[in-house]
Write a protein that binds this ligand. Structure first.
Ligand code: KIV
Ligand code: ZN
Length: 566
């Protein structure tokens, strides 16, 4: 590695920069460049079907400015622009934008493509970068400035043919971030002068990080420099267009908005040249999570992902901000627990603000479901299984049971190294707590002897052999336990009991949870399910007793181990 082969771009002198103290309080003007910059970067560029689908999706999302192509460079793009215009597919509040280089023939062809469009942004660019002036064009600053002015004049001349169209000029000093900032500002002012916008009209000055070459704070300095030093600032809208070479395009865009930019160009999920354009979905949702309405409809991200993946033939990665398959999923036990408590607190407290640990946004706001938030693998804990059992299967298990059951689950996930689906977790739960074991209840009868006393007679199967047990207690469960203890010579007592209904109305069942503690301090939980609450409770006692047997999860030498079961 030879870091000395590289050097940072020169610092912009910007004493008393203002952007660090600013806040973004309103959405910028958005311009999608999916159909141009994004498309130019695809292995298989879009044909008209995919372009149309994407265009219509962008319109539905609320984009009012859409760069639809580079018509002088591609016949497909030319034909697509014609199709949009001739088939009247451009809504009244949407402006199409087309890109052109500063060459007269290309400008004329571009203008030909947009004939008949009600509103159009003609986007002219030429590279102003120090390096490209030297090694690509062999031109000095003055010659490149002349090219920008000349290009503007060609556009102005050609645009005269667009009678009936509302025409706006956009100018990009391409590779702006690698251009001397005072020189870029001079070029931008010269373009505005050459275009001479009518009163009230503005030129869009798009200041691209064509290649991201510096830290976001330096980009913000560059933008604030232009914002403060442009002589014709009142006749300009400052647009930003960042690429993601250093992985900082979202941050650069946000800081540039603080620095005075009015408009953002980007693509859905960041498709674009090399590492991509800035992801407008992320920028917009970042605003949203700060309480700022982004003015784009992002309420169904899964559908948007589908369209983008279909049109670009590129996947949106599982960890992609907001949109990735896994970004609302917690595998870690402590995160699961905190999320579960946070969701519960949201319900209890009726908090108007979304405040859930580890979830910066409510997944439902972007069309995602709660169910994949908690997924179970070997990293998961009691909070996760409890969440799934309650949310997906209606079992509000007590803490002790969640703790015990999570060990059962963990042993499986440790052994397989794989994830368990919610259904697999529930099957494991049923197998562990609700399936038949050594003891089975076949019948029971209670007799109230006094207000405080009752007698219980129950018929059990002990590994298939009928056993009748009987005892008294201060309630039916107490009496059943006494009978069970006496018959099987066991020193156990109930240390935890709870119950709830499963379902509603006539078909509702009772669910009972019991924890039995043995004299040696070991314990087992049990679960019973029945239409009758007492029977559910008795079954819970037997479920717990069955688990004191060898199938039980924790090796603690409890009393009911038998040959048959081992
Ligand atoms: O990245 C870039 O500089 C561009 C320009 C054409 C605006 O895409
Ligand atoms: Zn670009």
């Amino acid at each position: 590695m030879q870091a000395r082969r590289y050097r940072p771009i020169p610092l912009v002198s910007l004493p008393q920069r203002a952007w660090p103290d600013q806040e973004i309080t309103a959405a910028p003007i958005w311009c999608s460049v999916d159909l141009r910059d994004g498309n130019q970067a695809l292995v298989e560029p879009m044909g008209s079907d995919r372009k149309l689908l994407l265009f219509e999706t962008l319109v539905k999302m609320g984009f009012k400015e859409i760069e639809v192509g580079f018509p002088a460079a591609s016949q497909t793009d030319f034909d697509f622009v014609r199709q949009l215009i001739e088939e009247h597919r451009i809504p009244a509040d949407v402006t199409i934008q087309v890109l052109t280089q500063a060459r007269e023939s290309l400008i004329n062809r571009t203008v030909e493509a947009v004939q008949g469009a009600p509103r159009v942004i003609l986007h002219l660019y030429n590279s102003t970068s120090t390096l490209q002036r030297r090694v690509v064009f062999g031109l000095d600053q003055a010659a490149v400035l002349d090219l920008a002015i000349q290009g503007t004049q060609w556009v102005k001349q050609a645009a005269k043919a667009l009678t009936g169209s509302q025409v706006t000029l956009e100018y990009s000093p391409e590779s702006f971030t690698s251009t001397e900032v005072d020189y870029a500002t001079e070029v931008c002012d010269a373009v505005i002068e050459a275009w001479a916008p009518a009163p009230g009209e503005k030129v869009i000055l798009n200041l691209p990080a064509t290649v991201e070459v510096t830290t976001p704070n330096r980009y913000a300095d560059q933008i604030e420099y232009v914002h403060r030093n442009l002589r014709h600032r009142d006749q300009a809208l400052i647009s930003i267009h960042t690429h993601n070479d250093r992985g900082c395009s979202v941050a650069a865009t946000e800081l540039a908005l603080l620095a005075g930019a009015d408009r953002v160009e980007g693509t859905l999920f960041g498709n674009g040249e090399r590492t991509g354009n800035v992801d407008v979905v992320t920028v917009a949702l970042n605003l949203y999570t700060q309480g700022v309405d982004p003015g784009l409809d992002l309420s169904n991200l899964p559908a948007l992902v589908k369209v983008a993946e279909h049109c670009n033939r590129l996947p949106v990665p599982a960890r992609h901000p907001y949109a990735g398959e896994l970004v609302f999923t917690a595998f870690s036990g402590s995160h699961q627990d905190a999320i579960r408590k946070g969701l519960e607190a949201m319900k209890q407290e009726k908090n108007p603000y979304w405040e859930v640990p580890y979830l910066p946004i409510d997944p439902a706001d972007v069309g995602r479901q709660y169910e994949p938030i908690i997924r179970i693998n070997s990293q998961s804990g009691k909070g996760g299984v409890a969440f799934l059992l309650e949310q997906d299967h209606g079992f509000a298990v007590p803490k002790a049971l969640a703790q015990e059951f999570s060990q059962v689950v963990q042993r499986i996930t440790d052994r397989t190294g794989e994830e368990l689906s919610s259904d697999q977790v529930f099957e494991t739960f049923e197998r562990e707590y609700l399936s038949l074991g050594r003891f089975e209840l076949t019948d029971y009868e209670t007799h109230r002897l006094s207000r405080e006393k009752c007698r219980m007679t129950a018929t059990l199967l002990d590994r298939g052999t009928k056993v009748v047990i009987q005892a008294e207690g201060n309630g039916p469960i107490d009496a059943f336990l006494h009978a069970f203890q006496e018959t099987f010579n066991l020193d156990v007592h109930v240390s935890d009991y709870s119950e709830h209904a499963l379902g509603r109305g006539e078909g509702a069942e009772a669910i009972a949870y019991v924890m039995l503690r043995l004299a040696d301090g070991s314990s087992r939980c049990g679960v019973g399910r029945h239409a009758d609450i007492l029977e559910a409770s008795l079954q819970a006692v037997l479920s717990s007793a069955n688990r004191l047997d060898d199938r039980s999860p924790v090796e603690d030498g409890s009393g009911l181990r038998t040959e048959a079961a081992s």
